[in-house]
Design a protein around this ligand. Structure first.
Ligand code: ATP
Length: 302
């Protein structure tokens, strides 16, 4: 859906994006992670033909960008650096203008389509106030409504939950999952690890303009070979698992065992009350921090 080869952007002395080989596949929810200033927005802008690359190649939906922008962009829903809108007009009028400028669609169904997308992004009840009186979260939702109006095969979103409250973040996450289930491939940039961990199937990590990780999330988060046991009988379990316990506290143990079922029956038959048993997986935070420069601890969202 998106591939780049050696994609590079320099601003004078600054190399904002450095030989990037992106590979976004059909059906991905691709999380493009990076600390502030790592080059995410510049990359997204190049993908959409909003800024020219210094060197390298870009293909979006199988066509070269920016050469094929006129054919490609109508099929892509995009939200970059906050939605563009006429600030003195209402959200509905903005969407109507956006629809009229897009690929040819039946104007008689325009109002219905606009109401559908407003409903999807949680703005159905919005009044006629001009967009300049919208909160940041409302503007973000309006931008998403615009992106959805095109019923895109590919959605490209730059920090889509920026400015939203926790409820809004949850709603947008649910909406993106729904769109993905209906067949839309999603590429989103974010500096929030938790957001990417909860939403994405595939992850790319940018560090100072370079792609240091690109992998399926499930592959990155392989089991570590240890099992977490939660139990009120920590001391009893420790005695039974002598030598295999790597760590314990008042309510849990970390055990060097991969066969969770065998571990469970071994504990239960000896009278240990097991509340939870789960294979430990690497946290995305640890994976990203290990792959990036120390300055990028903004990534953790702390
Ligand atoms: P953020 O999360 O803060 O938006 P980002 O990962 O999107 O960061 P970019 O905005 O792509 O990062 O910026 C990457 C680098 O390129 C930064 O060093 C930035 O200062 C520089 N940069 C971006 N746009 C320009 C420009 N128009 N002129 C000069 N330098 C720029």
């Amino acid at each position: 859906m998106i591939t780049t080869r050696g994609l590079t952007k320099r601003f004078g002395q600054i190399v904002a994006v450095d030989h990037l080989d992106l590979d976004v596949r059909e059906g991905d929810i691709y999380g493009f992670l990076g600390a502030n200033g790592s080059g995410k927005t510049t990359t997204v802008r190049m993908l959409l033909g909003l800024v020219l690359a210094t060197s390298g190649e870009i293909s979006v939906l199988g066509q070269a960008m920016p050469a094929s922008a006129r054919a490609v962009l109508p099929e892509v829903g995009a939200l970059v650096e906050g939605p563009a809108a006429y600030r003195n007009l209402s959200g509905r009028v903005n969407l109507a203008l956006f629809d009229a400028m897009g690929p040819e669609r039946d104007p008689s169904t325009r109002d219905k389509r606009i109401e559908e997308v407003l409903e999807k992004v949680g703005l159905a009840a919005v009044d006629k106030r001009p967009v300049r009186a919208y909160s940041l979260g409302m503007r973000q939702r309006l931008g998403l409504a615009g992106a959805l109006l095109r019923r895109p095969r590919l959605l490209v979103l730059d920090e889509p939950t920026n400015g939203l409250d926790p409820q809004g973040i949850r709603e947008i996450r649910a909406l993106l999952l729904q769109l993905h289930a209906a067949g839309t491939t999603i590429f989103l940039s974010s500096h929030l690890l938790a957001e990417v961990e909860q939403l994405c199937t595939r992850v790319g990590v940018l560090d100072q303009g370079r792609l240091v990780i690109q992998e399926e999330l499930a592959t990155l988060q392989q089991p570590t070979g240890r099992t977490l046991v939660r139990t009120p009988d920590v001391q009893l379990a420790r005695g039974l698992l002598d030598g295999q316990v790597e760590h314990h506290d008042d309510a849990s143990l970390l055990v060097r065992v991969t066969d969770v079922a065998a571990l469970n029956s071994r504990l239960v038959t000896r009278g240990v009350r097991v509340e939870e048993l789960s294979p430990e997986r690497r946290a995305l935070e640890d994976i990203v921090l290990a792959a990036t420069q120390p300055t990028s601890d903004q990534l953790t969202g702390r």
